[in-house]
Design a protein around this ligand. Structure first.
Ligand code: ADP
Ligand code: MG
Length: 593
């Protein structure tokens, strides 16, 4: 037997293992969710690769997951016929942390420690493979990759800083392909090895896994067996007659063990939307995207005609932790399937523009080739059409939230993703009509509650032609701007653009419902109340004063003018019509510093 080689865990893994082993976390059963999801990922990978390399399936093992329990010894084995791991992959995958979920978890642990809060972090994030140690003293992973002719065994124990790898030599343990995990449960956790308990948990956690999952169950079938009713009597009687008369039947239950299917493998997006409940959509969302809270909204649809695909989309209720999604647009938020085969979740604007990258969901197309590559995706006409439809559906979904009876929903949405939509105003001219009604701003008549542009338009004066706005760094500095005086006096509503990106977004929109956006801090503000006669009289009287002030200020100002826009302030500094607004100048300055 070749000797086992010893390896040290990467420092982060050791830290993570410490946290897991010493965790008082009560919801330990999440280990099953993590291990099933790894098995399912491994099957997905195999299925995907086999599209271009059918040889991978030559071992003719069905794609499935089997879970067996030994309650007397407290052992659970989870076997998948997926892609398996080579020796090197074992070292890389089960000794280091490469994946984002776990890194996110460690970050959150640190943050919650700093904040002095302690919550169900493991349950929220899942810590992948290592969650096996929530319930196990020892974990053995025996795995066979189609890339290698050998099978290798990884072995690790809770509270250890190292693991071992050796070759599998016991012929009884050889598998044609895939991975078998054996969990040796901790003394207090042996209850997980009860067949009924595991069956229940699997049902709960595997509802949306698209491969069959079997558990090893004891079953009984009722059989009718013949019995001699009265052997004593039979002895006395004639042998031949006895066969005729005395043989009777009795029902007995015969016990045996067999695999039992635990999940329904029809993916949710293939089902009829009328038959799927909100709870099922929410569960699917949480399990697929490893989310803790329900989404704000979901949308399930099928498109037919030119391009055919099915999709379920979601708007999350929380914005992603600790990372700016607009900048980091590769979010793994959209999972693309072709004819039910998982293809990729690694997109960069192909299926959604980056400002909508917060939308999560699955898309399943029958029109794309199974071996679709990123290059094909970028070039494909089909993908362009899909993208258009997906974007439209996403907007419908967001609009739906804004119309919801529960006003808080849209407030939550706006708080989390309002910035994304404003970015959309800048980047996506084509969708201005869909974006504009979703925007929200404070205004001179609504300083505490944001209003929509529709609400603004509704509130316009009959003679008012434009939508007025002022950009400032806060509601209070907007309120105190002298530009506002005349408009307030005339009871005209003014939007307060207090987020730095607001002004650029509005300038890109230019107008809403044929009403132009007008910056009240620019010169030439026309409030439609010009009285030329009066103005001429005033100009005559004060023209010289203006000239004198201009002379005194020289280059510091472009012009000094008589204005009708103030009521109580004696003068105001305004920007030129074609120049930057004061707010923009402030922004530009902030950027160059
Ligand atoms: P994640 O699944 O998020 O990548 P995990 O800690 O759950 O993180 O797993 C780490 C890695 O170990 C996986 O990415 C995969 O490469 C490998 N792995 C885990 N379980 C299996 C399995 N059953 N079959 C093949 N590879 C696996
Ligand atoms: Mg995993």
């Amino acid at each position: 037997q070749p000797p086992a080689e010893k390896y040290e865990y990467q420092a982060e893994v050791s830290r993570l293992m410490d946290l897991i082993v010493n965790s008082l976390y009560s919801n330990k059963e999440v280990f099953l969710r993590e291990l099933i999801s790894n098995a399912s990922d491994a099957l997905d990978k195999l299925r995907y690769l086999s599209v271009t390399d059918p040889q991978l399936l030559k071992d003719a093992v069905d794609l499935n997951i089997r879970i067996q329990t030994d309650k007397d010894n407290g052992i659970i084995t989870i076997t998948d016929s997926g892609i398996g791991m080579t020796r090197q992959e074992l070292v890389d995958c089960l000794g280091t942390i490469a994946q984002s979920g776990t890194a996110k978890f460690l970050k959150a642990v640190k943050e919650s420690k700093d904040a002095g809060t302690d919550n169900n972090l493991i349950g929220q994030f899942g810590v992948g493979f290592y969650s096996a140690f929530l319930v196990s003293d020892k974990v053995v992973v025996s795995t066979k990759s189609p890339k290698s002719d050998r099978q290798y065994v990884w072995e690790g124990e809770a509270n250890a800083s190292s693991f071992t790898i050796r070759e599998e030599t016991n012929p009884e343990n050889l598998i044609p392909r895939g991975t078998r995990l054996t969990l040796y449960l901790k003394h207090d956790e042996k209850g997980f090895a009860h067949p009924e308990r595991i069956q229940k948990l699997v049902k709960n956690y595997s509802q949306f896994v698209s491969f069959p999952i079997y558990t090893w169950q004891e079953k009984g079938i009722t059989k009718e067996v013949e019995v001699d009713e009265d052997p004593v009597e039979a002895n006395e009687a004639n042998q031949d007659e006895k066969v005729e008369k005395k043989k009777k039947t009795k029902k007995v239950v015969e016990r045996f063990w067999d695999w039992e299917l635990a999940n329904e493998t029809q993916p949710i997006w293939l089902r009829n939307p009328k038959e799927v409940t909100t709870e099922e959509y929410n569960e699917f969302y949480k399990k697929t995207f490893n989310e803790y809270s329900d989404p704000l909204a979901s949308s399930h649809f099928t498109t037919e005609g030119e391009v055919e695909f099915r999709s379920v989309l979601y708007v999350p209720a929380v914005s992603p932790m600790g990372r700016d999604d607009i900048i980091n647009s590769k979010t793994k938020n959209i999972r693309l399937y072709v004819k039910r085969v998982f293809i990729s979740d690694d997109f960069d604007g192909e299926l959604f523009p980056r400002y909508l990258s917060f939308v999560k969901g699955v898309v399943d197309s029958n029109d794309l080739p199974l071996n679709v590559s990123r290059e094909i995706l970028q070039e494909s006409r089909i993908v362009r059409i899909m993208r258009k439809r997906l974007v439209r559906k996403a907007f419908d979904m967001i609009l739906g939230i804004s119309l919801s009876e529960n006003k808080g929903d849209y407030e939550t949405f706006w708080e989390n993703f309002g910035k994304h939509l404003k970015l959309g105003c800048i980047e996506d001219r084509e969708n201005h009509k869909r974006l504009a009604p979703l925007l929200r701003f404070f205004s001179s008549q609504s300083e505490d509650e944001m209003i929509s542009l529709d609400e603004y338009v509704e509130n316009m004066k009959p003679e008012q032609k434009d939508i007025y706005y002022i950009a400032a760094d806060s509601v209070s500095s907007a309120r105190n701007a002298p530009f506002l005086e005349r408009l307030l006096e005339k009871d005209l509503e003014v939007l307060y653009l207090v987020d730095p990106i607001d002004e650029v977004a509005i300038q890109n929109l230019k107008s809403y419902k044929e009403k132009n956006f007008v910056d009240i801090s620019k010169e030439d503000l026309d409030l439609g109340d010009k009285n030329e006669e009066k103005e001429n009289v005033i100009k005559e009287a004060f023209g010289k004063t203006c000239d004198w002030i201009k002379k005194r200020l020289g280059e510091k100002v472009a012009n000094v003018q008589i204005s009708n826009r103030l009521s109580s302030s004696p003068c105001v500094l305004v920007s030129g019509k074609f120049g930057w607004s004061a707010n923009m100048e402030r922004l530009m300055k902030a950027q160059t510093v």
